[in-house]
Design a binder for this molecule. Sequence first.
Ligand code: IDP
Ligand code: MG
Length: 149
Amino acid sequence: MNERCFVMLKPGAINRRIVGEVISRLERKGLNLSAAKMMKIGPELAKQHYAEHAKKSFFKDLVTYVTSAPVLAMVWEGDNCIALIRKLVGATNPADAVPGTIRGDFCIHTGLNIIHASDSPKSGERECALFFKPEEIISWHDEYTDKWI
Ligand code: IDP
Ligand code: MG
């Protein structure tokens, strides 16, 4: 179980009081939460995090949105967890996100889609390292439940 996914609940998730609901979905899947912190991120970190989108038309609005209010930054772990989490999160555009997915159930606008999740193991490692010090990520196992998940 060494794949790590960086998940960030964007300001809308905090503001709308659905943090518990979203975390609950990832927990019920059987994934392990190994780091979490509330952060008010600044433009530097936001730009680094979304560097791949620097030239896109929505970049400025995206940085403004994620720096506008607190976010919840998290690391989740589990076998194949990036693909599993992306499936639970749903398509980027809420209009394409299937009901039952997080974006399918809680979002209307692409630019306000409430949750970020890494899209590959490589970006997972990069993003976890950007937001957390190594000692802040507490990987854990439970012999009893691991056997059943
Ligand atoms: P992802 O979050 O599903 O990985 P990306 O393409 O990596 O999607 O885009 C990062 C974020 O940028 C999206 O979650 C969304 O908030 C925002 N975004 C992407 N495309 C658009 C767009 O066409 N208009 C407005 N915002 C966008
Ligand atoms: Mg992305």
